[in-house]
Design a protein around this ligand. Structure first.
Ligand code: EPU
Length: 423
């Protein structure tokens, strides 16, 4: 792999319009859901991202034909019954673990590599396995693989909460598996994220009978077969939130097009409390106008509709130049703080204690060489670099390409000065 770094020169005041892409975290489980179909599925508004390409690669290994014509993907089943999702792919992207439920439901067996560790924390898969076992799957873990089989899944009442509340991808896995189960499944403490609702919408177009998605109780009535379907993926609420914070933090004036304000309640509320100007237009556009003074705010990440963990790092970057002290509590991934030392290298004053970060706002950040550790931490460093004085070099930017479509171009369109260099 050619290692590149991103160079930014700040401070810049972002201004203009930016188009929000389709949601990465809605696209990935929906692509896995296409494994359930007996015919071709067509997906629109799919972002061109490394993670989406990885999922396309996995689907091909699993015997599907995938035509990538972004923002459209066409996924067609071929005859072959391939049920092995290899370590070489699954380890690079945890989202790929949600092929387990569809493979099991469609082919009655599946062998999917365990995803392994991840820089944002331990990330176990016990809830996925518990849910599938309660649907009647035999599950064993051997040689780093989950091997699941069944003579036929049976609907069940499944409580799917864990230590940290609901799980997005476990809900997706169990919901997908139960679409073809015999009888009715109720998932209790289901994840309420819009990405789950979007997946349910897609599955219903395929002929599934799902109600309650978007609430903690999902009811699925099993059907015999699922057909192909055409679906448009929802906008990416995390990309939208990242641009809103970017506008606020650079004291800019940015208009988001194509985002869904309905999915951004907690984010818009928190930003308002920091004193920025926000306006949601009838046509769904959102305008953010940064103010000179940013008021510190405490926040805790929570499952939807709470403030998302995927925006914690970006909000911390903003709080690092706010007026006052804020406490940021990470309740989903207590170790998701890799960005703290990097922001401190840029002059921030952040102390971490367990799942808490205490951020004492400073007047401004200063450019520095920093390192991207994961997708959202990298986004936080980009925001910090845009608002900092001088040059910031962010190494390992391949993380950004996993989840932000054409980020460089979009930021340039808003007036940012940035380019790539070889490391
Ligand atoms: N958990 C368990 N057991 C399980 C599964 C999860 O204890 O079997 C715990 C996790 O360790 C965590 C909590 O439950 O503490 C919630 O994790 P969840 O399962 O909801 O996360 P996920 O489904 O694996 C998705 C997103 C993440 C996002 C989280 C939380 C995708 C592909 N990934 O992961 O997105 O942070 O939900 O909202 O949808 C990202 O885009 O950067 C990213 C990491």
């Amino acid at each position: 792999m050619k290692i590149r770094k991103l160079v930014l020169v700040g401070p810049v005041r972002l201004s203009g319009e930016v188009q929000i892409s389709g949601s990465k975290n809605a696209t990935l489980p929906i692509m896995a859901g296409a494994l359930l179909a007996q015919e071709r599925c067509v997906l629109h508004n799919v972002p061109r991202l490394k993670d989406v390409e990885t999922m396309a690669r996995l689907l091909r290994v699993l015997g599907m034909e995938v035509k990538e014509d972004y923002p459209t993907l066409t996924i067609t089943p071929r005859r072959a019954k391939k049920t092995l999702a290899p370590y070489s792919i699954v380890r690079t992207m945890r989202g790929s673990f949600c092929v387990l439920g569809p493979l099991l439901a469609r082919h009655k067996r599946a062998q999917v590599s365990l995803p392994g560790g991840c820089v944002i924390g331990v990330r176990p898969v016990d809830l996925h396995l518990k849910g599938l076992a309660e649907l009647g799957a035999q599950i064993k873990v051997e040689g780093g693989y989950v091997i699941a089989s069944t003579r036929g899944l049976k609907g069940a009442k499944i409580y799917l909460g864990g230590m940290f509340g609901s799980s997005v991808l476990a809900t997706a896995n169990v919901m997908m598996a139960s679409t073809l189960a015999d009888g009715v499944t109720i998932i209790e403490n289901a994840a309420c994220e819009p990405e789950i609702e979007d997946l349910a919408r897609f599955l219903n177009k395929m002929g599934a009978k799902i109600s309650g998605a978007g609430t903690p109780w999902i009811r699925i009535e099993g059907v015999k077969r699922l057909t192909g379907a055409e679906h448009t993926v929802i906008p990416d609420r995390i990309e939208a939130g990242t641009f809103l914070i970017a506008g606020a933090m650079t004291r800019g004036d940015v208009v988001l097009k194509g985002a869904d304000p309905q999915h951004l309640g907690a984010v818009l509320d928190l930003l308002k409390r920091t004193g920025v100007g926000l306006k949601v237009y009838r046509d769904g556009r959102i305008r953010v106008k940064g103010k000179r003074r940013i008021i510190s705010q405490n926040v805790a990440t929570l499952p939807y509709p709470g403030f998302p963990t995927d925006l914690q790092a970006q909000f911390m970057a903003m709080m690092s130049i706010a007026d006052g002290t804020s406490v940021i509590t990470e309740r989903i991934y207590p170790d998701r703080f890799m960005h703290v030392p990097e922001l401190n290298r840029m002059g921030a004053n952040i102390k971490r204690e367990g799942p808490y970060a205490v951020v004492q706002g400073v007047r401004h950040l200063k450019g520095a060489p920093v390192m991207a550790s994961d997708l959202r931490a990298s986004a936080a460093l980009v925001l910090a670099g845009l608002s900092a004085k001088g040059r910031t070099d962010i190494s390992r930017i391949y993380h950004l390409e996993r989840g932000y479509e054409r980020l460089k171009e979009k930021l340039k369109g808003l007036g940012a000065e940035l380019w790539e260099e070889k490391e």
